[in-house]
Write a new protein. Structure first.
Length: 181
């Protein structure tokens, strides 16, 4: 993919250590990004056009340890690949839970409508039983509200995050070192 067809992200840091979480004891290529750096990258990436890949340029203010500069691109891509994996799992978990909830909701709706029909046959002229029949109908349908909401709306943001993390996991990362004065 040509450089002109990529979304360009630029991150300016005083030192390379600002990019990574200092409390993370993992090996360098598996370290978590610093929360501020991650949020900056994510916020910027969400504002850019969707159909294009990303390119991250990290400009450093001080010369880093040469041993650590080689794995920066791999570490950033690994981090977002792990975030994509987590988002994929969360999406699958949400949809599995929604399927279970819709099954339970349909069973509950069936029970409410059956009971409602039985009571409706007995409710001839009884306002109290008529109210109970109507309440059972409403409660049965309301039980499907949350599963329907998940299937119609809730999974879209997770899917969007997954696609974003996948794009960020593929992006080339360029480290621009300061000029020696």
């Amino acid at each position: 993919m040509s450089e002109a067809s990529r979304n360009h992200l630029e991150l300016k840091l005083r030192e390379l250590a600002q990019l990574f979480n200092s409390m993370d004891p993992s090996p360098f290529h598996e370290r978590d990004l610093d929360a501020v750096a991650e949020n900056f990258i994510l916020d910027w990436a969400r504002e850019l056009p969707v159909g294009r890949e990303f390119e991250l340029v990290i400009r450093l203010g001080t010369q880093p340890d040469p041993a650590k500069t080689g794995g920066v691109d791999e570490a950033v891509r690994n981090y977002f690949a792990n975030r994509a994996l987590s988002a994929r799992r969360a999406l699958r978990r949400m949809l599995r839970l929604a399927r279970w909830r819709i099954f339970v909701g349909l069973l509950f709706l069936g029970a409410c409508l059956t009971l409602s029909q039985l009571l409706d046959n007995l409710a001839i002229g009884s306002p109290l039983l008529g109210t109970i029949v109507l309440s059972l109908d409403i409660i049965g349908w309301v039980a499907l509200w949350r599963p329907a909401e998940i299937f119609l709306y809730d999974w879209w943001p997770l899917r969007a995050d997954l696609k974003l993390f996948e794009r960020l996991a593929r992006m080339p990362v360029t480290l621009v070192l300061p000029e020696n004065d």
